[in-house]
Design a protein around this ligand. Structure first.
Ligand code: SAH
Ligand code: SF4
Ligand code: F3S
Length: 455
């Protein structure tokens, strides 16, 4: 479905007359970031200009409900805005994204946060201009529950903050129903964008000078499973590889259960696919994995991870949940064991958070919160103890780095990332920004490396 904005001119008139500004506050994952880029594109196409949150007329919250604290973040921030809304004219509050797909959240907004003007669910972006028109021009407010949109919206204007790297969604939704996870309920079923739509977007980005592309989906290697013809993620990767100007291809997230040899071959043979793979483990214990509905065992994960590790210079990152309902000490030790055996360069770790409506929410949980916090600390410590050795292997070697800009902490130094997604800091000047340059690694500092450009 093509995105059409029938209200563009009418809204533009008001925006120009009142000089309206906007601010987007994004919570959650990169899929949400990507949606926010589209909201930004839509708003700017109607003349809104960006402003800091304290001053902006329209404040859009793009919400996440993956864990409880993500939800609390929204309510905290909304609370802050209540006063502004009461005191000032022309303040509009929009809430979009995953949280709004939960009926109880919508009820809470309607009851306790009545100053919210517009609510939109996931995949309902095409309704945004109409809702905005109603509130801006007709002062008509309707907060209603919208079913998870299962359409694919194409040709939505999109704007990126970054000039050299951009993300492109290739598949929406998720069919995996991991027992702990809310995403399938709030993002709907898997639907893949047509290869031509994706490739055209990337070609356009390449023409604008973008060098790095991140292909996004809750499970990128399910890409194409909903097509009648045989066309899957590795086929798409091969096409993206051919696009001139794109030098680095990343993707997130693949599911270990769908990581087949053909994908490994494409990665191995590619000159552009980053030497970094995100491989979400979740737990290292087969029984817990089965309760999580992950559809792989500890051994199958280890086989896959170690196979990937054979690709020269590859780095692996992962997601881990500690304290799944009734997780025992012994089962947790399996997670530590996998971490020790694989050696992850990056671990995103979370304490299990109960999500109403999911299968795991009904499971008995005797493991105490204190125990869970303590396990998280042990996992963190193991990871941090292992990281220097992984970093040290890079010292003395030269890696290509996309120079992103000045380092935040030191004006004279510049920062960028290697293909392995390691942050490197080095001396350079503004003329290097946006270029991919060889940098020799001199030293490691846990979360970043220091290096020097090789002439
Ligand atoms: N589709 C991606 C993950 C999306 S959510 C994938 O399968 O890898 C990002 C991460 O949040 C998950 O990998 C998981 O580690 C974590 N997560 C999801 N639900 C959670 C919950 N209920 N409690 C704690 N962490 C959770
Ligand atoms: Fe959630 Fe699992 Fe789908 Fe990832 S694959 S979004 S963890 S249900
Ligand atoms: Fe959160 Fe929705 Fe992403 S729940 S993690 S923003 S898909």
């Amino acid at each position: 479905m093509r995105f059409v904005n029938n209200y563009e001119n009418k809204i533009k008139e008001i925006v120009q007359e009142k000089k309206l500004t906007y601010c987007i506050d994004t919570m959650g994952c990169q899929m949400n970031e990507n949606d926010s880029n589209k909201y930004m594109g839509i708003l700017e196409s109607m003349g809104f200009q960006k402003a800091p949150i304290e001053k902006a007329n329209l404040i859009l919250f793009n919400t996440c409900c993956i864990r409880e604290n993500a939800e609390n973040t929204l309510f905290g921030r909304l609370g802050f805005l209540k006063q502004r809304k009461e005191k000032e004219e022309n303040v509009y509050i929009v809430v979009v994204g995953c949280m709004t797909q939960q009926k109880h959240i919508l009820e809470k907004i309607k009851k306790s946060y009545r100053f919210v003007d517009v609510v939109l669910g996931t995949g309902s972006m095409r309704l945004f201009p109409e809702k905005l028109y109603k509130i801006l021009c007709l002062k008509q407010k309707e907060i209603e529950y919208l079913e998870v949109g299962n359409e694919i919206e194409e040709e939505v204007p999109i704007l990126y903050e970054d000039q050299y790297k951009a993300s492109v969604s290739i598949i929406y939704g998720c069919n995996n129903f991991c027992s702990y996870c809310i995403v399938p309920y709030v993002r709907g079923r898997e639907r893949s964008r047509k290869p031509e739509d994706i490739l055209n977007d990337i070609r356009k980005l390449a023409q604008k000078g973008y060098k790095e592309i991140m292909l996004l989906g809750q499970n990128v290697n399910s890409y194409g499973n909903d097509f009648e013809e045989e066309y899957h993620f590795p086929d798409l990767l091969k096409e993206v590889e051919k696009i001139e100007g794109i030098e680095i291809i990343r993707f997130m997230s693949p599911h270990p259960k769908d990581f087949k040899d053909d994908l490994i071959e494409v990665i191995k043979n590619s000159k552009k696919i980053a030497r970094q793979i995100h491989l979400p483990l979740q737990s290292g214990n087969t029984e817990i994995l089965s309760k999580m509905n992950r559809k792989y065992s500890k051994e199958q994960f280890l086989d896959l991870a170690l196979k990937l590790k054979q690709i020269p210079d590859i780095s692996l990152s992962t997601d881990i949940i500690v304290g799944f309902p009734n997780e025992t000490e012994e089962q947790f030790l399996d997670t530590l064991d996998v971490v020790k055996k694989v050696g992850f360069d990056q671990i995103y770790m979370f304490i299990y958070s109960k999500r109403n409506g999911t299968v795991a929410a009904k499971m008995e949980d005797k493991t105490s919160h204190e125990e869970k916090v303590e396990r998280l600390e042990r996992l963190k410590k193991l990871y941090e103890d292992m990281l220097p050795e992984l970093n040290q292997k890079m010292i003395g070697k030269t890696y290509f780095v996309l120079v992103e800009g000045k380092s935040k902490n030191n004006d004279k130094l510049y920062t960028g990332r290697t293909s392995q997604n390691k942050v490197v800091i080095f001396s350079a000047d503004d003329s290097y920004i946006g270029k991919i340059v060889p940098v020799k690694i001199d030293s490691e500092h846990l979360w970043y490396l220091k290096g020097s450009i090789v002439d």
